[in-house]
Each structure stands twice: as structure tokens, then as C-alpha cells.
Design a protein around this ligand. Structure first.
Ligand SMILES: Cc1cc2nc3c(=O)[nH]c(=O)nc-3n(C[C@H](O)[C@H](O)[C@H](O)COP(=O)(O)O)c2cc1C
Length: 309
């Protein structure tokens, strides 16, 4: 028995090594997942619950929906006894096998990203995964595959699966073991999670609506949160105060209007209640009327507080 197991493990290992083809249709760097917004679905197939465990971790981390691909005909332990001429082995050896699925995703159009999990069966995804992919239109969706296995790598399994959903964008997947931790899943997903930090502004403890610029200076500022800046009035048009360190800047000569927030000299923030012009880097604009801005800022000093979410 031991011999069979070790023979199988080396076979499994070989499967993994021989199929290390890189996936042609993958984009590892794409940040695609918005946690908690329900546009991501974790869908998985699992017989002995290893893949299910990883899928559950992914669902918790992403706060996404979860869908278990349930076969119409359940896989019994005899069906997956790979040392015999079992159902799983027969299906894997049959290119046309498409085991039926019992359940259906009601409205796939609500998802833009699908995290797709499956066990490795003889180096490949179980044929039911092909049934799944051929049951829906995945055009313009992103698929992030993962698998669990005894020892094999993901190999060519996702590349082969991708042929059944060629209009989707397939990201590079990852293989987990039965004992992989939630932290490992988190570390993997973090590469793909689009965690744009929110930045909230209060002036003298009054919360304000701000439209922030999408630039490197705003990104750098977010890294410094929370920030409390003691500002003083200057020139009859602005409040200004030091950040306490220098951040990246891209200054240009500009006209500024009430509500504008700018970076001055890379190390100070100015916020305007009247018009001026100088060389700054724009950071954002407070959404408030000129009179509101005037009563908020036209005083000797204010406390300017930036907080993350
Ligand atoms: C039919 C069959 C074939 C398998 N082939 C491989 C293989 O090629 N390489 C490997 O490392 N593990 C292989 N395994 C082990 C499974 O990939 C592993 O136990 C997986 O984590 C099971 O996932 P599940 O519990 O979600 O069903 C195979 C298992 C079965 C049932």
C-alpha cells in the first residue's frame, strides 16, 4: 500500500513538474477585486472539502458571495478512489465528459470577478469545471483561479480551463494544500484587491466632502494618515500648515479658487477660501459654498485633520 502511495505521489509530483507551462492569457498585476461590494463571486467545486476550506477563507476575506458547484450525481468515495477504475478517473480520461451540475447561479451578470476553485485531478481540473464554464457567458469578466492538490502545482490546469471561457480575462492562479492557512489565502488575494484607501477631511472637527485628485501626491498623503495639521491664515486667501515631512510633488503654476486643497513646496498643505495663484500640486477640492468656506477658514488658525477609513 505504502508503495502505491509513494508511486502515486511521485506520479502526482511529475504531473506538477511536467505541466509548469506558464499561462498565456493571464495578467498577474491587475488589481481587480473590490472587497465587500458583492461584485466578486467565489465559486468552487470540492469533494473532500479541501478546496471548500480555501474558498471559505477567500469568501470571508473578500466579503463576497459564495457558490458551491454541486454535481447532479454526488461523488462517492468509490467515485474518487483514483487507484481504481473510478468514475473520476474515467471522466478525466474522456475529453467529452461534462458531468452535470445540480445548481445554477441566478444572475451571473452582477459579478465582474470570479474566484474559481477546484481540486487537481490527474494534473487537471475536474471535468465538471468545464461544465461550469460552458454554462455561462464570462465575457468581460475576470477569473482568478485557484486549486488544491496533494502535491501537484496548478500546472496547465487553468490554461486548459481558460479555453472554455476564452472571453474572460484569466489571472494567474495559485495552488494551495489541504492545510494552507487563511493568512496564505489573504497574502495571495492582496495582490489583486484594489484597496483604494478613503481619506476623510475635518476642519475644526467639521466633516467635509472632498473630491480628491488621483495623483501620486494624494497616494503619498494617504500613507501618512492620520494627520493633524495646525494651520494658520496667510495672505487673506488661505490656511496653510506643515505636513511634517516631504512627499512627492508635481508643481505647476495655477489659479486656485475657494475650496481648493493643494500641496505647497512638497511639505505643506494650503486650503483656500479666496482666489490666488502660485506653483502647487493639486490635492483636492472641498465641496462647499464660498460663504461656508469663508466662515470655516477666514480666521487666524484652524485644525486640519485627515483620517483614513
Ligand atoms: C481522481 C483524483 C485525482 C487526483 N490527482 C491528483 C494529482 O494529479 N496531483 C495531486 O497533487 N493531487 C491529486 N489528487 C488529490 C487532490 O487534488 C487533493 O486531495 C485535493 O485537495 C482535493 O480537493 P477537495 O477536497 O476539494 O475535493 C487527486 C485526487 C483525486 C480524487
Amino acid at each position: 500500500m505504502k508503495k502505491i502511495i509513494s508511486l502515486l505521489s511521485s506520479l502526482l509530483f511529475l504531473f506538477g513538474c511536467s505541466s509548469q507551462n506558464s499561462q498565456s492569457n493571464t495578467q498577474a498585476e491587475e488589481k481587480t477585486i473590490q472587497p465587500g461590494n458583492k461584485q466578486t463571486l467565489v465559486a468552487y467545486f470540492s469533494v473532500t472539502n479541501h478546496t471548500e476550506r480555501i474558498a471559505n477563507f477567500a469568501q470571508e476575506i473578500l466579503d463576497s458571495d459564495l457558490f458551491e458547484i454541486v454535481p447532479k450525481q454526488e461523488y462517492t468515495s468509490e467515485d474518487i478512489d483514483y487507484n481504481s477504475d473510478c468514475r473520476a478517473n474515467r471522466e478525466q480520461n474522456d475529453d467529452t465528459a461534462r458531468p452535470e451540475i445540480l445548481n445554477h447561479i441566478q444572475d451571473i451578470s452582477q459579478y465582474d470577478t470570479i474566484v474559481l476553485g477546484y481540486p487537481i485531478w490527474w494534473g487537471q481540473a475536474p471535468k465538471i469545471m468545464y461544465t461550469f464554464l460552458e454554462s455561462y457567458d464570462f465575457s468581460n469578466k475576470t477569473i482568478l483561479p485557484f486549486c488544491t492538490s496533494g502535491s501537484s502545482s496548478m500546472g496547465s490546469s487553468a490554461t486548459n480551463l481558460s479555453k472554455s471561457a476564452p472571453n474572460a480575462t484569466w489571472l494567474e492562479g495559485k495552488r494551495f494544500s489541504a492545510s494552507s492557512s487563511k493568512e496564505e489565502v489573504q497574502n495571495w488575494l492582496e495582490e489583486y484587491i484594489n484597496e483604494e484607501k478613503e481619506m476623510k477631511l475635518e476642519i475644526d472637527q467639521k466633516a467635509l466632502n472632498v473630491t480628491w485628485e488621483d495623483n501620486d501626491s494624494v497616494k503619498a498623503l494617504k500613507e501618512l494618515l492620520p494627520l493633524n495639521i495646525n494651520m494658520h491664515e496667510y495672505g487673506g486667501f488661505e490656511q496653510t500648515g506643515s505636513i511634517g515631512s516631504s512627499i512627492t510633488r508635481n508643481d505647476t503654476q495655477m489659479d486656485v479658487a475657494p475650496g481648493d486643497i493643494v500641496l505647497y513646496n512638497g511639505n505643506a498643505i494650503s486650503v483656500f477660501y479666496s482666489r490666488s495663484s502660485w506653483s502647487y500640486t493639486r490635492l483636492g477640492k472641498i465641496q462647499a459654498s464660498e460663504s461656508e468656506l469663508n466662515s470655516l477658514l477666514n480666521k487666524s488658525s484652524v485644525t486640519f485633520t485627515l483620517k483614513g477609513e
